[in-house]
Write a protein that binds this ligand. Structure first.
Ligand SMILES: Cc1cc2nc3c(=O)[nH]c(=O)nc-3n(C[C@H](O)[C@H](O)[C@H](O)COP(=O)(O)O)c2cc1C
Length: 214
């Protein structure tokens, strides 16, 4: 192990002041996301999504944020994957963004549900053709014998769809929206005395804003 105890960074890039925070945390998120997009970060929309499995155990993986709309955070996946089964069983989810280049973290808890079929269709058809076919190829989270299984299936499906302009959306594929209940913005500060501002939903469009101890 490479001297992990001595790996240490001071965070001094920015600070968070309650008086500068927007009333609505989704707007605050979009403001931060705009800054992140201009910071040259690779895949700034990659987020760790945690769900709860049928034994009450946590389960995490990275997915890509594909929109912030209708009050929630949208991502796309396979509706037969492990995460999908977990969400069917328990809709509680947690999203975590880490943008180290800006010394920032955002944590979002909430309830996950499927987006409308129309929303899925619209997004699916905006994807590159290869990704659309890929959604047909993969039975996400199931065990396969080898990489070959995927390559052969891809070839078959590329052939199958070669004369079709529009590839249908697989019924087992679509979007989810996490509607937030809490959103915490974390900004690294010197001496481990970081800024943490927590929004908690208290009404239809009203949020309580509190500072948490680091
Ligand atoms: C950078 C990155 C982006 C990813 N984006 C997605 C995504 O948008 N949707 C998705 O289903 N899986 C995505 N994955 C794959 C997931 O992390 C995961 O392997 C897959 O969804 C299966 O998870 P599950 O078995 O828990 O259902 C991504 C992985 C990485 C590393």
């Amino acid at each position: 192990m490479n001297d992990l105890e001595n790996l240490r960074q001071e965070y001094r890039k920015s600070q968070l002041d309650e008086t500068d925070m927007m009333e609505n945390p989704l707007n605050q998120f979009l403001k931060w996301f705009d800054e992140v997009q201009h910071a040259g970060i690779h895949e700034p929309n990659a987020m760790t999504l945690s769900t709860v499995d049928m034994y009450g155990k946590p389960s995490s993986r990275v997915v890509l944020l594909k929109g912030v709309s209708d009050g929630g955070f949208v991502f796309y996946s396979n509706y037969q994957s492990n995460k999908a089964k977990e969400i069917d069983n328990n809709p509680n989810g947690y999203i975590n963004f880490l943008w180290l280049e800006l010394e920032r973290q955002v944590r979002i808890s909430g309830i996950i549900s499927k987006v409308s079929r129309d929303e899925t269709e619209e997004y699916f058809h905006s994807r590159p053709r290869g990704s659309q076919i890929g959604a047909w190829v993969s039975h996400q989270s199931s065990v396969i014998q080898s990489r070959d299984v995927l390559e052969k299936k891809l070839e078959e499906l590329e052939n199958h769809y070669k004369d079709m302009d529009i590839i249908p959306v697989p019924v087992h594929w679509g979007g989810y929206r996490l509607l937030p209940e809490t959103i915490e913005f974390w900004q690294g500060r010197p001496n481990r005395l970081h800024d943490r501002i927590l929004y908690t939903k208290v009404g239809e469009d009203s949020w309580k804003i509190e500072r948490l101890s680091p």
